[in-house]
Design a protein around this ligand. Sequence first.
Ligand code: FRU
Length: 505
Amino acid sequence: MTDTTTHTAAPAEHTVRPALHYTANSTWLNDPNGLVFYQGLYHLFYQNNPFDNVWGNMSWGHATSKDLLHWNEHPVAIPCDEQEDVFSGSIVVDNGNTTGFGSPENPALVAIYTSAFKEGSGYEGTQAQSLAFSTDAGMTWQKYAGNPVLNRGSAHFRDPKVFRYQGSAGSFWVMVAVEAQHQQVVLYRSADLKDWEYLSTFGPANATGGEWECPDLFPLPVDGNPDHVKWVLVVNINPGAVAGGSGGQYFVGHFDGVQFTADSDSLVADGNTNLRHCLWLDWGRDYYAAVSFSNVPDNRRIMIGWMNNWDYANSLPTFPWRSSMSLAREIELATIDGLPRLVQRPVLPADLGPTIYTMEDQEIRDSRVALPHADPASVQVIDADILPGSAGTTTLSLLGAADGNAATLVSFDAVTQQLTLDRRRSGNTAFHEKFASAESAPVTLEDGVLRLRVIIDHGSVEVFAQGGKVVLTDLVFPEPGNLRTQLSVEGGTAIVRKLTVSAVS
Ligand code: FRU
């Protein structure tokens, strides 16, 4: 579950914070929890150590935002106490006042979280599900006196995601949670969030080389068609993800109010251990514990992940804060090669700000083109439509040193049809032996075109390829002042149909 090595506070090696990615002011965070939209605000609760910048004292921190880009930190919402650490979970708006915690006019927000019980608590060694509620729109919280509400006597039963099911089987609350060490998602139902009835179990399936954590289950129309709805089951796994360590896989299938059944095309055959055949939310190293918001209007489905990896999370060279969230991603199901698959688009400001560079219809043959340095305070967004043509490799080189000795590379190989994010020479990689890495994902050109949206926010590079069909996210720690950006083409000629660099501030 976690890298529990104790580290003292890191020196101020890298103090540059991301601008659009949420960080806690001066403490540690991990998983996003209780993502909910309510009365015009997006609430981001999260695993937080209120007293330090390493994992421990797990409590729910809290931040809110109107636009998913600019966040305000609030006091700790649900603290750990002598009995329990407060592990991951979700929040629902109890519109029907099924719990009696609120009233029909003022529904309570109800958090369903994992109590990781401590020694002497009476439930020592157990992880069970508990409730807390708020009747002031999420600003203050009270733990329910009848906790825990669902206890299987298991030491690894956690991360409840609850949603309101309405369908052929009726109308009730459904919880998906994990038996982490059995690689199983367990489903329960309830009328009042307090009494839970077992429904079914899914798994093990596909990637099973680590603990299953933080599941999510939701319906999405395929290609926007309300008459063709599929269910998506998200299962985070640590370790054992495609790029190593932590990551998120998903399954597409059907949920009948009792059981989730994966479509056969989203399951790898028994005995197939090639992780590249599973479905991944992200092929990079740093997108974990991703779950979606509840109560978002217009059935929009928006996810946030923890932009980190348990392989080295406690060692990131930042101070006093440590760890950030990914950008929010709006997700849809689209038909890709005949099959329903997730497409993810980052939430960015409607107006990206000044375009500081545009290149159009330019042929580049075995050479390098310098792109402008971004202003160090801003976030860079690079949008590119490139025809790799006969070129062997087409590479965007980011956050580079003036002498060319360091950079983060986003590179397309026309022979293998792989897109690689390479941070081996990105800057400080020495703080952990597992940090230096290069990850690649299969990308199919569309009419010969490679379409990229790359977001560079100081210490991270998120790459959305082919309109969000493939995503790669990596943290990087470049030396301050390393801002050189280049496009290089090797082994032939590529045509840049259009490339823009925007500076979001
Ligand atoms: C995932 C996780 C969860 C757990 C939480 C503890 O990163 O291990 O399974 O609830 O973090 O902080």
